[in-house]
Write a protein that binds this ligand. Sequence first.
Ligand SMILES: Nc1ncnc2c1ncn2[C@@H]1O[C@H](COP(=O)(O)OP(=O)(O)OP(=O)(O)O)[C@@H](O)[C@H]1O
Ligand SMILES: [Mg+2]
Length: 424
Amino acid sequence: MNPSKEKLLNEAYQKFLDIGLSIDSSMDNLEVYIDKDVMGYGTTLDEKILSFSGFRELMHRQREQSEGLQMEWKLNPVLRRVLPQENAAVYADDILLKITMAHETVEMRLRCSVVMEFKKDTWVVIHWHASKPEAVTSEEDTFGLEEWKTKNEALEKKVAEKTAQLQQSLNDLKATQAQLIQSEKMASLGELTAGIAHEIQNPLNFVNNFSEVSIELLNEMEEAILKSDRDEINAISTDIKQNLEKINHHGKRADAIVRGMLQHSQSSTGKKEPTDINALCDEYLRLSYHGLRAKDKSFNATIKTDFDNSIGSIKIIPQDIGRVILNLLTNAFYVVNEKKQQKIEGYEPTVSISTKKSVDKIEIRVSDNGNGIPQKVLDKIFQPFFTTKPTGQGTGLGLSLSYDIVKAHGGELKVETKEARRPW
Ligand SMILES: Nc1ncnc2c1ncn2[C@@H]1O[C@H](COP(=O)(O)OP(=O)(O)OP(=O)(O)O)[C@@H](O)[C@H]1O
Ligand SMILES: [Mg+2]
């Protein structure tokens, strides 16, 4: 075959492949390369083309389906054959097609054979047959992509369903958690109310009883005045005085309870300021020790301090942290004093306070060699109004308040105990 005729043949074949496989190739002048009676089989069962218009429709359909896809293809020539009269040629290729869709690439193989006829000085395609080794059964799915998409969608749907399920469990979990927190709040509110009622009821009973008795005493006194019985008048007046002192004492108790509660409910008015923690501990140590000694002259205890001098000053609300330290120390002094009353041989009441700096926190530790805290007490020590002290000696608000203060400072208040320690 002369070279120009061969060149035309190759050009016509190339153009046919371009039209079929490069979706952005021009569809102009199709009739130059495609015979008006072209007959062909496409890759799917229903792609059976019997005319030029059928071919054009197929190409349009294919382009619509392939919108947004990127296609690359590579030929692996199988056959190049020209008939002896040089008026017809058969070309066959294995084609590797790479289709990229949304960052994913699928590869597929096509087998394609094309028959071209030399008519009026040009080569036109009169027949072609393209097939895919995999079976594809729909006219809508030339490249078998629909099937792939469907699988993908089913998978995505499953993932979405699972995600929705997980989201639902998460929501349920959050709701349950919120409910738990709420009911805990309600429980502690109920406890608090019961606690307040109980705490205030007790001093109020005293106030009521002693005032009632005092009224009776005053009636008796009126009679004594009428009788001018001086001795009786004096005796009754002494009783009334004692009663009034008791009323006053229990009134003050109620007052302390109410004040403690107010401290609990009010947010601190103090400001954070750089504070020398060691000096603060020292100050409150003296305050609590001498406070106790003022009440009970016989009280004394060994005091141990171990301050970390590298701490420097740190930002806290000094009066609030001071209150925490004071309460811890008061509790400690109280228990060692109690244990001392047991007259255990060799027992020396000891209270220690130490400070220590670590990477991101400061630790203040107050310890005592009292009897320790039994488990059933340990469970409740941070509850408001929980106290094991006799009436009038503690409101049971010390640790609960301390807990809140430490928490407000972003810290932790922890307790360690060993029950029934040996005397040091
Ligand atoms: N160092 C300690 N050793 C043994 N038990 C303690 C110690 N500190 C506290 N407790 C127990 O915890 C209880 C609650 O302490 P908290 O400081 O809250 O109240 P309180 O000291 O009883 O009363 P308040 O501090 O209001 O005067 C105490 O009554 C006591 O039983
Ligand atoms: Mg206390």
